[in-house]
Design a protein around this ligand. Structure first.
Ligand SMILES: Nc1ncnc2c1ncn2[C@@H]1O[C@H](COP(=O)(O)OP(=O)(O)OP(=O)(O)O)[C@@H](O)[C@H]1O
Ligand SMILES: [Mg+2]
Length: 120
């Protein structure tokens, strides 16, 4: 099981979300973030001079993919939707995930034990 963390342009995240839904990927978390990449920000010039903005707005998308073999498809889908070909398109990181719990399906231990003994 893996966590795909994608940091994309805010104006692209709607397309990314739709493309993932088309591939059957529905569960995900979106967070507005700021950050900087290899260029350490974006350089602007005005009449006062040059200045850097190093807190650039992006959207972070976190998707836990239970089937590892689906990770390349998720990455391709995100890239296809998010790529402009210019610096600042974003980054994707893949992390291992130990476990996942769906809270609505969780039951306290005594109930689990009772269910197990019912079958005996
Ligand atoms: N090494 C990193 N660790 C954590 N977050 C990162 C890292 N690199 C980039 N990010 C995040 O990704 C966002 C987008 O980065 P960006 O697309 O500029 O990456 P880049 O490596 O500079 O690639 P490019 O050359 O295409 O701009 C950053 O604003 C930051 O939030
Ligand atoms: Mg960059």
């Amino acid at each position: 099981m893996k966590m795909v963390v994608a940091i994309v342009r805010p104006e692209k995240y709607g397309e990314v979300k739709d493309a993932l839904k088309d591939r059957g990927v529905t569960g995900m978390t979106f967070t507005p973030v700021t950050g900087r990449g290899m260029q350490a920000g974006v350089k602007f010039t005005n009449r006062v001079g040059e200045f850097m903005i190093d807190e650039i707005e992006k959207v972070k998308i976190e998707i836990v993919v239970e089937d590892d073999s689906k990770v390349p498809c998720v990455i391709d889908t995100i890239c296809q939707a998010a790529k402009t070909g210019r610096h600042g398109d974003g980054r994707i990181f893949v992390l291992p995930v130990e476990s996942a719990v769906r809270i609505s399906e969780w039951e306290p231990e005594p109930m689990k034990e009772a269910q197990n003994t019912e079958g005996n």
